[in-house]
Write a protein that binds this ligand. Structure first.
Ligand code: SAM
Length: 273
């Protein structure tokens, strides 16, 4: 089986109970802060509106899927994840939810899906061809793959955060050297250059305005996760001072990028945004 993600990945390592807690906390906070804006975006997206069945790949603790489930009760959601620990959080919160413990590369299902969602997941993956092969196997006719990632370079702040943003940017750069796919998603046409059977449906920005305390908490949680990876070093004192400024009255406009792709010749309705 093609290995989509490296189990020794120091960032992904959702394998231990402790890192599972750290990730679940971060994921739940991100959903609370980001997802109302993602839902506003999806409300205007015909590709999403027309979908009945949704596969959430790398659903983690299930916060995102549950929030979407409440906003779109007519859709049927299935979540899969490689982390048994994160799925345990998902099942505790929603015992009736359809969660499967699987690596996307080996996952199969009796049903095909109208939308395959990969939210904050490709940053962990290395083999885009294998991602597309799984999508090909699982996508219903006329279906689409929706990739959501953060776009740090397009995000803006009202207070200077050189240490905090430097750590996050250096971390992204290290992950790019690691052949992770996150950076490549910023240029979706380049990403699909070697995959002529796929085409870009749309690629849009989603703006997420974050007030100081929420922004500062999220940055702090991300620095915690990055610190564990040991890939990047920064001054803890400088970071604390910047986060205090942010908390005291700053703001961040975090930018997410939503990229939709479909099989060539099988185009879904185009997103309106
Ligand atoms: C940053 S978390 C994002 C979780 C969720 N999508 C969200 O947006 O809150 C990435 C998730 O992808 C999962 N993951 C990584 N590689 C995977 C793979 N090959 N198959 C399934 N899940 C995977 C991880 O276990 C983790 O839960």
């Amino acid at each position: 089986m093609v290995q989509l993600s490296d189990s020794t990945d120091p960032v992904l390592s959702t394998e231990s109970r402790e890192s599972g807690h750290r990730w679940a906390d971060l994921l739940a906070r991100q959903v609370e802060a980001f997802t109302p804006h993602e839902i506003s975006y999806l409300d205007d997206c015909p590709t999403w509106s027309g979908a009945t069945t949704v596969l959430d790949v790398g659903c983690g603790d299930g916060s995102f899927m549950r929030t979407l489930g409440r906003a779109y009760p007519d859709k049927r959601f299935t979540g899969i994840d490689v982390s048994a620990d994160l799925l345990a959080f998902a099942r505790d919160a929603d015992p009736e939810g359809a969660y499967r413990h699987a690596d996307f590369s080996g996952f199969d299902s009796a049903h095909r899906f109208d939308v395959i969602l990969l939210r904050f997941v490709v940053q962990h993956l290395t083999d885009f061809g294998a991602v597309l092969a799984s999508c090909e196997r699982l996508l219903a006719p006329g279906g689409a793959v929706l990739i959501i990632e953060s776009d740090l370079g397009a995000s803006t702040t009202t207070v200077a955060l050189p240490t905090v943003l430097g750590a996050l940017t250096d971390f992204e750069a290290r992950r790019e050297q690691d052949q992770r796919l996150k950076i490549a998603v910023k240029d979706p046409r380049a990403l699909l250059r070697n995959h002529p059977q796929w085409d870009v449906t749309f690629s849009d920005q989603i703006n997420v305005p974050l007030a100081g305390p929420v922004a500062s908490d999220l940055c702090e949680k991300w620095l915690d996760v990055i610190r564990e990876s040991d890939l990047v070093r920064w001054s803890a004192d400088d970071a604390l001072a910047e986060l205090a400024d942010l908390r005291a009255g700053g703001a961040i406009n975090a930018v997410l990028r939503a990229t939709c792709i479909h099989r060539t010749g099988d185009a879904p309705s185009r997103g309106a945004n």
